[in-house]
Design a binder for this molecule. Structure first.
Ligand SMILES: Nc1nc2c(c(=O)[nH]1)N[C@H]1C(S)=C(S)[C@@H](COP(=O)(O)OP(=O)(O)OC[C@H]3O[C@@H](n4cnc5c(=O)[nH]c(N)nc54)[C@H](O)[C@@H]3O)O[C@H]1N2
Ligand SMILES: Nc1nc2c(c(=O)[nH]1)N[C@H]1C(S)=C(S)[C@@H](COP(=O)(O)OP(=O)(O)OC[C@H]3O[C@@H](n4cnc5c(=O)[nH]c(N)nc54)[C@H](O)[C@@H]3O)O[C@H]1N2
Ligand SMILES: [Mo]
Length: 770
């Protein structure tokens, strides 16, 4: 197909976009079966959508899946197979020539395979031999800290619990996970401010809120089921206020409603929505500005005896550190706020006014906030704003980090954490009677460095695509290949399988849609959504091959081969996952009567202590931190190059992808068709830099370590992007993110803030500009 770019003018149809679903659907060669699976998505007795972590109300009769959830289900439920014959046909070097899209499109991995360096092919291996190979490698290490165990956020609670138990019994906390690249900063910041790293709201709160503020998130593509509560909110007159440099279609429809149903007033844009377009990384300053206005109005109210702006009672009883924080507000100059936020004073005042006049406010955010150098301080500022006005611990208000992977939050609850809390470790020690490792393990960035330095020899991945999801791609690829053994527990072929260590295994597992039959019958697994609702998920489709195993069964197999029956009888736990849940209920707080409670429709809620005004902080209060704005947004390692960037680049998702899984080459709402090698830039910047729209450019990252980081041949698209900014797709742009470029306190790669230069490219290729 010819690559095309045409501005999209239609409505965002998060719910109605059936054309693109049906294309992907027919392509999977089993539409009828998939329809049955779809109708079971997020229904009691059905399976949890393997798409995003948005939750569902247990009572609502609303449709429980969305266009992109349909794509995720369909993608998993393909009938194509990547089997021994496939690997006999293609060498690993040949497969490396293929695109990420082609690799995953080949179908489901159906049998265990082992890499043979001599032939450069994967060849079949029995499960027993595979488990023995892993065990021999792990037992042969001088120290358990020479192994790292990655987790992607689709793993069920049962799989994650077994996995962390095995790894801790082995003796390490080396748990790099996808969360390190995702919402890590949210956990760190909320823990410090509120004493709980999770969101405080549920779907019911969205129905009560009269203000919903959304920072750095594109729900039309990444959380389409969120559009429904947002639509309801606009309809009832609640404020819906968005901060995003891009006018994302799914957000904008609240600004310019397209259908009569969504028309709220006779004017073309309803008065209760607003859209602010900050500089990349400018949200900290914007939030600081809002807080500064509120403080100004609070002082005016104090002087005139008018109604309070802050919630003085809440501040006095529940908070610690207010004075230092207010002093910091006073000390932050307005011109710095304006410069860094990229907004005008009027914008910030308007945002603050809207916030002030709401009784109940929810603040949501996602990757546009977390993937920055000062993400932790930004999210603390979100918490501070809510603390100032008492927007915590009451219905209809709170903080909502909108999670990505469907069970990324649950995996953390189960103990997938390289810096585990003392309480968790004590509980494991007490329950299982072994001495748990107390020293912190490696997160994702640290694990890559440790592989590069030869410190880590064995790498095991429970799902995901480590080679492509991580920063600094060539270095990560090298890191994986330097290992003695790499083990990928996966559903689909991806580039991580093509970066094998000296020895490598592919262990094919069941996905969320597959029926998981064990001795004790068909098994359910459980997951936790963004709202801390825990519910059961039952696969619906017969597995494509009898040689695939469930994730818990694979972990138990490795556990048994490595540790025997220590500290549990691994294999007996697999006969019936209720036994694993029994262990969870004895170890993890909040899971008592686990088996009983997941039987109820909708599952159960893990209450957040914040809602009971219980603060698990050292001061037993909600804590203000007097963070200063960064002196400049550009990182010192960029400044050290002495070069001025042409643009600041953010890396984001298209409408046709799930992280590193590419479903198709279109990005409907942004008007791109048939290609992903594009970079969105303001027309005036294209002209300023001396290029033409449609021209191919190379992007070169600025960082002071002398390594050239370049991606080639991206077509320049004139787009409605604020001046000085650019946007391009992840994972193609990950080679530009330096390993050392990560958030302070979070270690999350700063993939939404890459200082780049542009050069005319040698790579040719046409894109039709319509
Ligand atoms: N269909 C689909 N669904 C998904 C995923 C998927 O890939 N496909 N991925 C899942 C996962 S793991 C995650 S974490 C979530 C990700 O969900 P999102 O966070 O929505 O994902 P991104 O595409 O990274 O979008 C980031 C948004 O933040 C904006 N942004 C970037 N920088 C800034 C900034 O400095 N300030 C502000 N205010 N905005 C900024 C961008 O313009 C963009 O709209 O989605 C989950 N759901
Ligand atoms: N530049 C840049 N980099 C980013 C981001 C960004 O916005 N910009 N986003 C970051 C974020 S938010 C995240 S969460 C990470 C994502 O990082 P990952 O979670 O590692 O990546 P995914 O692409 O979701 O993983 C896809 C693979 O998971 C496997 N898989 C799918 N379902 C299952 C299953 O049920 N079980 C098992 N065992 N395997 C399964 C398949 O083999 C598939 O190929 O990427 C991060 N990287
Ligand atoms: Mo994510």
């Amino acid at each position: 197909m010819t690559a095309r770019y045409k501005r999209y003018t239609g409505p965002a149809a998060g719910w109605g976009a059936l054309r693109s679903v049906s294309l992907a659907w027919l392509d999977s060669k089993q539409p009828v079966k998939n329809l049955r699976a779809m109708l079971k998505t997020n229904q009691h007795g059905g399976f949890d959508c393997p798409g995003c972590a948005w939750g569902d109300s247990s009572e609502s009769a609303h449709i429980k899946f969305c266009e992109n959830g349909a794509k995720a289900v369909n993608w998993e439920a393909t009938r194509r197979r990547v089997n021994a014959a496939f690997f006999a046909r293609y060498s690993v070097s040949q497969l490396r020539q293929q695109s990420d899209y082609w690799l995953e499109y080949q179908g489901r991995l159906t049998e265990p395979m082992r890499y043979d360096r001599a032939t450069d092919h994967y060849a079949p291996i029995s499960w027993d031999e595979a488990f023995k190979l892993v065990a021999a490698n792990l037992i042969g290490l001088e120290s358990p800290h020479q192994a790292a165990f990655y987790t992607s956020g689709r793993a069920s609670n049962e799989a994650a619990f077994l996995y962390q138990l095995f790894v801790r019994a082995l003796g390490t906390n080396n748990f790099p996970d996808c969360s390190n690249m995702c919402h890590e900063a949210s956990g760190v910041a909320l823990d410090a401010a509120l004493g709980s790293g999770k969101g405080t709201v549920t779907l019911d709160d969205f129905a009560l809120a009269d203000g919903i503020f959304i920072f750095g998130q594109n729900p039309g593509t990444n959380h389409p089921r969120m559009l429904e509560p947002l639509k309801e909110a606009v309809k009832r007159g609640a404020q819906v206020v968005c901060f995003n440099p891009l006018r994302e279609r799914g957000l904008e429809r609240f600004q310019h409603p397209q259908s009569a149903l969504e028309m709220l007033s006779n004017s073309s844009s309803p008065l209760n929505t607003a859209f602010f377009r900050p500089a990349l990384g400018g949200d900290f300053a914007a939030l600081r500005g809002m807080a500064k206005y509120l403080w100004q109005w609070e002082q005016e109210a104090l002087n005139s005896g008018a109604m309070e702006v802050f919630d003085r009672g809440f501040l006095a009883q529940q908070c610690h550190g207010l004075e230092g924080y207010l002093a910091q507000l006073d000390a932050t100059p307005w011109d710095q706020i304006v410069e860094q936020s990229g907004l005008t004073l009027q914008d910030i005042e308007q945002a603050a006014q809207r916030y002030r006049h709401c009784d109940k406010v929810i603040i949501c955010w996602a990757m546009g906030i977390t993937q920055h150098h000062h993400a932790v301080a930004t999210i603390q500022e979100i918490a501070h704003l809510q603390m100032l006005c008492g927007q915590l611990g009451k219905p209809g208000a709170g903080v909502c980090p909108v999670r990505g992977h469907s069970n990324v939050q649950g995996d953390r609850t189960m103990g997938i954490n390289e810096r585990p809390g003392k309480a968790l470790l004590d509980a494991i020690e007490q329950q299982f009677g072994f001495q748990v490792p107390r020293q912190a393990g490696h997160n994702t960035v640290e694990a890559i460095n440790a592989m590069l330095s030869g410190q880590i020899r064995v790498f095991v991945a429970l799902g995901g695509n480590f080679a492509q999801a991580t920063p600094d791609t060539p270095r990560t690829h090298q890191a994986l290949q330097q290992c003695a053994l790499t083990v990928q527990i996966s559903t689909k072929l991806n580039r991580s399988h093509l970066m094998p260590g000296a020895d490598a295994l592919i262990l094919p597992c069941l996905g969320r849609t597959d029926i998981d039959l064990q001795q004790g019958g068909a098994q359910a697994v459980t997951v936790e959504d963004s709202f801390s609702m825990i519910h059961a998920s039952y696969g619906q489709l017969p597995p494509l091959s009898a040689a695939m195993r469930s994730e818990p069964a694979i972990i138990a197999g490795i556990g048994q081969a490595t540790l025997g029956d220590y500290p549990v009888d691994w294999l007996s736990l697999i006969d019936d996952y209720a036994r694993i849940r029994e262990l969870i209920s004895q170890t993890i707080p909040g899971f008592d009567r686990f088996n009983e409670r997941i039987a109820q429709p909708g599952g159960f809620h893990l209450p957040n202590p914040v809602n009971a005004l219980r603060w698990n902080t050292p001061q037993a209060k909600a804590v203000f931190s007097a963070n200063a704005l960064p002196a400049v947004l550009l990182h010192e390692r960029v400044l050290a190059t002495g070069q001025t960037p042409d643009l600041i680049l953010q890396t984001l998702r298209s409408h046709d992808q799930y992280n590193t899984t590419i479903y198709g080459l279109d990005d409907r709402y942004r008007g791109v068709h048939g290609t992903r090698e594009v970079v969105f830039v303001n027309a005036r910047d294209i002209q300023r830099l001396g290029f033409e729209p449609g021209q191919r450019v190379d992007l070169i990252a600025l960082w002071d370590d002398g390594i050239e980081r370049r991606v080639q041949g991206f077509a320049l698209l004139a787009f409605d992007v604020p001046l000085g900014q650019a946007a391009a797709y992840y994972p193609e742009t990950n080679p530009l993110v330096a390993l050392d470029s990560y958030g302070a306190g979070s270690f999350t790669p700063a993939s939404k803030f890459i200082a780049v230069r542009l050069e005319a490219s040698q790579v040719k290729g046409n894109i039709q500009l319509l």
